[in-house]
Every structure is written in C-alpha cells, then in structure tokens.
Design a protein around this ligand. Structure first.
Ligand code: PLP
Length: 421
C-alpha cells in the first residue's frame, strides 16, 4: 500500500514515510492510494480490538518497514477497554475514553508514539503538536517515556479547561508545553509554518502528531470496524455512527473504514457552534471562519484540517450528514442524558446526543452508535452544575493531578516558537 497527497496523485510514499513527514511536501495531506476491500468474513467474532486492528491495518502497512511490528504496536497502543453500552433499543454508546488521558485521542497518540519509536532515527525527533484541548495531553502522555523523541505542545491561552491544562503541562523533561497568546487556529498555523520552514525542519528533525498524521487516523478506523463487525454479527445490519466533530479526524477514520467495505451505514458529524462544515453540507462551499469558543472546546475549529481528505472524493459525502449544535442544546442534552438515561456526558458527547435526538423518526429508528469522546470528569466544571452531582475521577487522572505543572508563554509568531525549540 502506498500513500499519496491530496494535491498530487503521482508521488507515492510508504506508510512510515507518510508518518515521518506528517504533511506532504506540496502542503497536501496523505491518503491511501486505494482502500483495501474487506468483508465481514475476513474477521472473526471473537477478535478483540487489537486483533481487528492488526487485520485491518495490516493492508495499509503491507510493504512497510513496520509491517512485522504491527501486532506489537497495536497491542501496546490499545491496552485499555472499549466498552459498547446499549442505552435503548436503537441507541448504543461507543465509549472511547478509557485510555490513560480519558479521551479518544489516546488511540491515535499511542499508536503514533509506538510507530515513531520503532522507526530508527539518528537524530532525536521533535514532535510538534497544536491542541485545542485533548490532543496535547494524549500525545504528551504517549511519549513520556520515549527515547527517540521530544514533544512540544502548543495550546491556546484561556481556552482549555483546568484539567486539560494540567494534562498538557505535567509531563516529564522531554515534553514542553507552550501557552500561545491566541486561539487554536493560531496554534495550528504556527505548527504549519514551522513545517514549511526547511531550516527549522532539518535542524530539529520535526515531526507532526496532529490529526493530519496518518498514524493518528489509521488506528481510529479500528474501533469503528470493531463496533460495526460486532453489530453486524449479532443483527445482520449495518451500524450507523454519530461522531462529535472538530478537525474531522475521528469522523474521517469512520469514513475510511466504511470505504474499506466494513458494515457501516450512515455517519453523522456533530459539530458545536463552529459551523463551517455544516454550511458546506448545506450549500456545497467550505468557508473557514475563525474558531468560536464553546462548551465543547476540543471541537472549537473553524477550519477543519481533515476537510481536504473529505473533499477529494464525492463518495465520502454519500450517507454522511452534519449538524451544528449550540451551547444551549449541549447543556440541555447533558441534563436529558442524566435524567433519562442515567448517563454523564462530556459536552462533546452531548453534541452527538442532540444530533441523535434531532433525527427524523424513521431514521432514528435504525440502530445508532453515539461515539463518546471524553470522560465527563474532564469537564466537570460544566457538567456538575447541570446534573447537580459530583463526578468521580477515573483512576488514570488522579495520578496526573498531583504532578507539578510547567509551561512557557509565547506570542503567536513563528520566531517565538523557533526560540523555544
Ligand atoms: C478532539 C476531540 C473531538 C473532535 O475530534 P476531531 O477528530 O478533531 O474531529 C471531540 N471530542 C473530544 C473530547 C476531543 O478531544
């Protein structure tokens, strides 16, 4: 399997080359040259997530230097549970927040860290990551004991929750947190500018860990495959997914899994008040806007970085929908989820629940999987007052809270970033 840029179909690279480069030399994003086709019989019912991942991703690493290491990579990366909880006849929750930083970003971050550590390098890599909340924490955690890389995390000042801030700033010596005086789009722009600067790129052996990296996207296909296969084996039906969406990394992974022939039906992108993707679905034009601060802050993205992957093939839009959800609706959804279903949702998952409630009845009667992206404890300042109860911390997060926090404040300009590298 080779990977090509969204902007140039002729230059081909292997999976490892695409992982190391992050973004393609022409500024495009790497995508698989074609989607290998699977049937449900290629998998067996007893396979756990990591085994499904090895089978599925094996095709994407077939001629790559990491091919033989893939089982080990998947086992180490996916060493936590992925519960699928039925809520009512037509609704199940796919809980993706049982990794060490309690958000779905752990899947991609841990897979990526494993890949980097297994691709030999002479010079230590510098992983640059822009985060609107959860990515940085997951990447910092995944690389904490890495011997081959150091990590530099850029996050927007005043836009992350106290717990997210702690998770961005509490790691060991090889992880540096930069508090950028700007919004998430500024952080993302800075990272892109650093990569575009050949001098910096070479001097620091820069590598990316953002959701544009295929080592983040590919592993995320696995849990969609896993849930859809389980659903199909018991019901004979395809599974439909509702995915809380910001940069479209999680959602694109689902569309890639569907493109591989897995039994996935409809897919709904649930955005918060950031509406550029919704507008695109409504009138066919992508007009990025600057990001709007919402309660679901890990989705505060006005210019989704994975959109370019979505736009290259019309087939991705078939059976795909988008909704935009206001903060008011998020609040009501958290209240409804608690009183009607005894569920405590983070604001991102709550967007997805509203999207489900909004479906016309004949569509809502099909079976849906609501993707739960973070533990509600991470957003307890928002959730606790709404449900009137105290949320207890997942064990993995308790340990982090006692650690010391360190960050460096910078202006949103490339020279400021270059200085701290
Ligand atoms: C990152 C994140 C999202 C959005 O995922 P994308 O891949 O950027 O679309 C949703 N919820 C949570 C909790 C997140 O951390």
């Amino acid at each position: 399997m080779k990977f090509i840029s969204t902007r140039n179909q002729t230059e081909q690279v292997t999976a490892s080359q695409a992982i190391l480069a992050g973004i393609a030399p022409d500024g495009g994003l790497y995508v698989p040259q074609h989607f290998p086709q699977f049937t449900v019989d290629d998998f067996n019912a007893e396979q756990n997530l990591s085994e499904v991942a090895v089978r599925l991703l094996g095709k994407f690493f077939s001629d790559d230097q990491l091919a033989e290491e893939l089982p080990q990579i998947c086992q180490s990366a996916f060493d936590f549970p992925v519960p699928v909880k039925p809520l009512s006849d037509g609704l199940s929750i796919l809980e993706l927040f049982h990794g060490p930083t309690a958000a779905f970003k752990d899947f991609g971050a841990r897979f990526l860290a494993q890949c980097f550590d297994k691709i030999p390098t002479e010079q230590k890599r510098t992983i640059l990551v822009a985060t609107s909340g959860d990515t940085g924490g997951a990447v910092g955690c995944a690389f904490e004991h890495s011997t081959s890389a150091k990590v530099v995390i850029l996050y927007p000042k005043g836009r992350v929750s106290p717990l997210q801030q702690q998770q961005l700033t509490c790691w060991g010596d090889n992880v540096t947190a930069l508090q950028v005086d700007g919004d998430f789009d500024d952080c993302q722009r800075l990272v892109k500018a650093a990569f575009a600067d050949k001098g910096l790129q070479e001097k620091y052996n820069l590598a990316s860990a953002n959701s544009i990296n295929i080592a983040r996207l590919l592993p995320q296909m696995s849990y969609y495959a896993y849930a859809a296969l389980r659903h199909f084996k018991t019901s004979g039906q395809v599974a439909n997914f509702i995915i809380p969406t910001g940069n479209m990394g999680n959602g694109m992974a689902c569309l890639w899994a569907r493109a591989c022939g897995l039994p996935i039906g409809k897919v709904i992108f649930a955005s918060n008040a950031n509406h550029s993707l919704y507008d695109y679905f409504a009138n066919g034009e992508m007009l990025p806007h600057s990001s709007i601060a919402t309660l679901a802050n890990a989705m505060d993205v006005g210019n989704p970085s994975n959109f370019e992957r979505f736009a290259i093939d019309q087939a991705f839009a078939e059976n795909t929908m988008c909704q935009t959800i206001s903060d008011q609706q998020i609040k009501q959804s958290i209240i409804d989820g608690f009183s009607q279903y005894d569920q405590t949702w983070c604001p991102h998952t709550a967007c997805g629940f509203v999207a489900w409630q909004n479906l016309p009845e004949e569509i809502r009667n099909e079976h849906w999987y609501l993707v739960a992206t973070a533990d509600s404890y991470k957003f307890k300042e928002i959730v606790e007052p709404l449900i009137g109860e105290v949320i207890s911390a997942p064990a993995s997060l308790l340990d982090l809270q006692s650690r010391a926090s360190n960050f460096i404040a910078i202006k949103p300009e490339l020279p400021a970033l270059a200085e701290v590298l």
